[in-house]
Design a protein around this ligand. Structure first.
Ligand code: SF4
Length: 342
């Protein structure tokens, strides 16, 4: 079923499917207790809507429930075969659980649906082509949906992932033709940052343009931040999301007098935070030379360029301030902040 016609699925902090916006997800690369709220907030400022995590080995129930309580983003716990993790997390108020039905008994799946229902949480029924133990991924998902419905549980999201592009496309098209529940899209084991960005973009953009997919993740052997940025950029490039911050950064060439990559690194985090809290939509240009850069970025709301000695700050192509290159970061952020608050 096309995205807009899928069931609307809701928990306390997550709404998926129907005419709701497509959400961006990422997954923590390590144990939940290694992450603080600052880092999770940073993911949120950059466009992450939902954060998934898994647990390996021993954990403190108290720590898990505190992590859930303090997270600025709604969370999904990804369980393998230990449903007690789902019980503790649901008891702590988590929004969603991801199960792989290939790894759980019917009795355990039934128990997860029962507790999720009691806690108004969402369950993602997600299989990976590589872990179906010889069963058909589609059949596994559909049989599990039928089990959930027989228990009166309909707060369901589905997913079937594969690392092969063609397989991911055909499996998700088939899944969308068979179910009206929202689909979570992703190409699994897609490689490093560049490889995954290219492969995932090709596959996900095709499916999204066909109206398939209510929530997406870029799986990368890179940081969570990379995954969020790639997913947010895809949605905005397809006009499926309006990002708070649209960055215009020149690639540099022999005429470069202002190191764009370094300046971007210095201000990026703060720019995402400012635009998130101001609930505004701005374009920001960081250009390698003032001569060509100001003209090339004349449509940007704010821009900066310069050389080793002086930085020039411009708004819509007009220079509004010149400052010492050493103070470029502070001066630039100050111009943006004061313009947004006036
Ligand atoms: S803005 Fe200047 S440095 Fe950047 S690519 Fe254009 S000419 Fe080169």
């Amino acid at each position: 079923m096309r995205r807009g016609d899928t069931h609307l699925v809701k928990s306390k902090n997550i709404t998926l499917g129907g005419t709701s916006s497509i959400t961006v997800q990422t997954m923590l690369k390590s144990h939940f207790y290694k992450y603080n709220t600052c880092y999770i907030s940073e993911l949120m400022y950059r466009g992450c809507d939902i954060l998934r995590f898994s647990i390996n080995g021993d954990y403190s129930k108290k720590d898990l429930q505190e992590f859930i309580k303090s997270s600025p983003l709604p969370l999904v716990i990804d369980i393998k075969s230990d449903i007690s993790q789902a019980k503790v997390a649901l008891g702590g108020g988590i929004d969603a659980v991801r199960i792989n039905p290939a790894l759980l008994s019917k009795q355990d799946i039934t128990e997860v649906f029962r507790i999720a229902k009691a806690n108004n949480a969402i369950v993602r029924i997600g299989t990976n082509e590589g872990s179906t133990h010889g069963k058909s991924a589609i059949t596994l998902v559909i049989d599990t949906i039928n089990l959930a419905e027989s228990l009166g549980f309909k707060n369901i999201v589905t997913s079937i992932k594969a690392s092969n592009s063609d397989e991911t496309l055909s499996l998700n098209r088939e899944l969308a033709s068979l179910t009206a529940y929202p689909i979570h899209l992703g190409l699994t084991e897609a490689g490093g940052v560049v490889t995954s960005a290219v492969r995932s973009t090709v596959v996900l953009s095709k499916l999204l343009e066909e109206g398939i997919g209510s929530t997406i993740r870029y799986s990368m052997a890179g940081s969570e931040t990379n995954e969020v940025e790639a997913a947010t950029e895809l949605l905005s490039s397809l006009n499926l999301r309006r990002p708070h911050l649209h960055l215009v950064v020149c690639p540099s060439c022999a005429r470069c007098t202002f190191i764009t990559e370094k300046f971007l690194e210095d201000v990026e985090s703060e720019l995402y935070k400012i635009t998130y809290y101001n609930k505004c939509y701005i374009s920001v240009a960081i250009m390698g030379c003032p001569l060509n850069g100001i003209g090339e970025a004349k449509n940007a709301d704010f821009g900066i360029s310069g050389n080793n000695i002086t930085a020039v700050i411009f708004k819509k192509g007009e220079i509004v301030e010149k400052c010492d290159a050493k103070n470029a970061k502070e001066a630039f952020l100050s111009v943006i902040k004061s313009s947004l608050s006036s």
